[in-house]
Design a protein around this ligand. Sequence first.
Ligand SMILES: Nc1ncnc2c1ncn2[C@@H]1O[C@H](COP(=O)(O)OP(=O)(O)OP(=O)(O)O)[C@@H](O)[C@H]1O
Length: 354
Amino acid sequence: MSDISTPLNDGMPVISTQRLTKAFGNLVAVNDLNLQVMRGDVFGFLGPNGSGKTTTIRMLLGLIHPTAGRAVLFGMDNAYQLPAILQRIGAIVETPTFYPYLSGIDNLRVIAANSGMVLGKANNRRYEEVLDIVELRQYQRLVYRNYSLGMKQRLGIAAALLADPELVMLDEPTNGLDPAGVIEIRKLIQRLAGLGKTIFLSSHILSEVQQVCNRVAILRKGNLVKQGDVKELLREKEQVEIRMNQAEEVQAALQVLQRLKEQGISWMGHIAIEQNALRQPVLLVDAPAARSAEINRLLAHNELFAAELHPREGSLEAVYLQATAQPNQPGEATPKDTLYELNTSADGTKGAAK
Ligand SMILES: Nc1ncnc2c1ncn2[C@@H]1O[C@H](COP(=O)(O)OP(=O)(O)OP(=O)(O)O)[C@@H](O)[C@H]1O
């Protein structure tokens, strides 16, 4: 099962959007979006390239104005109370600019000074604290140009943490990183969640999102197609894999279960014959893992005795693929459909579909 740390969710909305919409000319980049992010959430914001994630984040941060709808953060409408909202957010939307010839800690000093950031009584202590959080303390004196890409990304997050924000917004923080860098960011997000931060994370790496996020929203062509609790969404995608001793029995088992499903077993979803890792034909039943024994009993009742029966965990990938593969919904604006195709390579880096 996924390694989801228990969030400090107390039911207080941190981000709430109501019918948030942004059109660029005749292209509706974000359409009627109703998002709910609660305090303590590690919220994953998913969607193919061009589905509207960055546009949404830019609207939340007041960098662009919505065409319609509104965004409420910490209970305040960002059209009217943006400065008060921004004081409580640390965000990285694009790679921050650092001076290559300055050390990590000196770059943080420059950022704090330039932004007029009030760091309270212990500036130096705060620099060290944030460098500790992103695990760069031992490299604080190294000049920035000698940092690896992962270290640069973490320094960016350190900068976003300087003012001790309640909400941390990260747009594709693992973009371009190697697997070790991706793991570092995962651990960092888990540390931030442990510190009680609410985290809003857009990402293409579904396995990472599955491991760190407790809630997700999935966008497709600017429309919200799924929003919910990760554990619940994964539960909906559980399967039971059944191997029989004889290939003919697999076919017979398929027919029995299909008949029972048609007779009204509501918890049984799609049933199909597939090959397992050993290239043996197996029956795959979309059903909660907790129903395994019942499936076994139903088959045995029909003189079909399973050789093996395995519950299979659901994956966010399955949830995502189903959500993003749905046919167009009524009213969905798709003037340039090709812009929206999933254009992500296997390592999660983005293509150039814009
Ligand atoms: N300033 C702009 N002017 C015109 N079109 C824009 C502008 N910004 C974004 N778009 C378009 O809006 C759509 C949504 O883009 P957006 O960057 O929000 O998607 P995304 O989900 O963040 O994609 P990616 O994962 O590639 O970053 C795209 O078709 C994009 O080309």
